[in-house]
Design a protein around this ligand. Sequence first.
Ligand code: PAF
Length: 280
Amino acid sequence: MITIASIAALKAALKQAKDKGQSIGFVPTMGALHEGHLELMRRAKKENGLLVVSIFVNPIQFNNKEDLDKYPRVPEADSKLLESVNCDILFAPEVEEMYPEPDTSDYDFGALGGVMEGAFRPGHFNGVAIVVRKLFEITEPDKAYFGEKDFQQLAIIQQLVKMLNLPVQIVPCAIVREADGLAMSSRNMRLTVEERRVAPKIFQILTKAVSLKNVLSPAEMRHWVWEQLSAEKAFRLDYVEISDDRLLQPVEHWNDAPGAVIFIALFLGQVRLIDNMRIF
Ligand code: PAF
């Protein structure tokens, strides 16, 4: 694996690979890698000639300075994990390299951008869109891989690619969970032992809710999940939503949408966790 920090050096390395006819599989990350990331990378490696991973904690997608400061940074452990999946190129730029000037692009994702994470984290998706577009323009990947844990982010990126006709195929990948059901996330490493013990309740409650889909309406299921999560004192809920799987708008009747997904966001101590589960 080679580690590259400059855009010019990355472009030169990628040109060599492209000249040899190698396809490029790209996995953008903010580091603190876990098995969920590694699954994306294994798939990208299998489906492409070259695996390129970026690690860049993108400051402009954090709407909370403390969250940015506390975001886990473990470069040595990350490098070992990247070697274990035979990553070819790690792109790890500094902030000045990515943003020599502030990028003032302002994207409008319509209804998709206004709900859930869009409503609770103002500016977050604009920051994601700016950095992902830049990374795509620098890397020019054939395929880019994103996890469904960040389901709304994935939908935003798919919309961005359509809006701008970006020549990249977005490959969605299933959520990877710990043995006890907790969705893997870089933020999990900030949970205390006691919080980590409580966290799998999210998965248990979502699983039970989905099993009740034939007896509960969407509103009843949403209420049931809200009540169950609220009963756990350690959880502070941001939202519970049952939404269609395209524009992520609230579903009133199960047959309103071909696909429905339940989404939650909550704080466990200082750590904000999100999760989702497909209902139909
Ligand atoms: O999901 C993430 O880790 C980030 O939002 C991404 C896509 C790498 C953009 O910074």
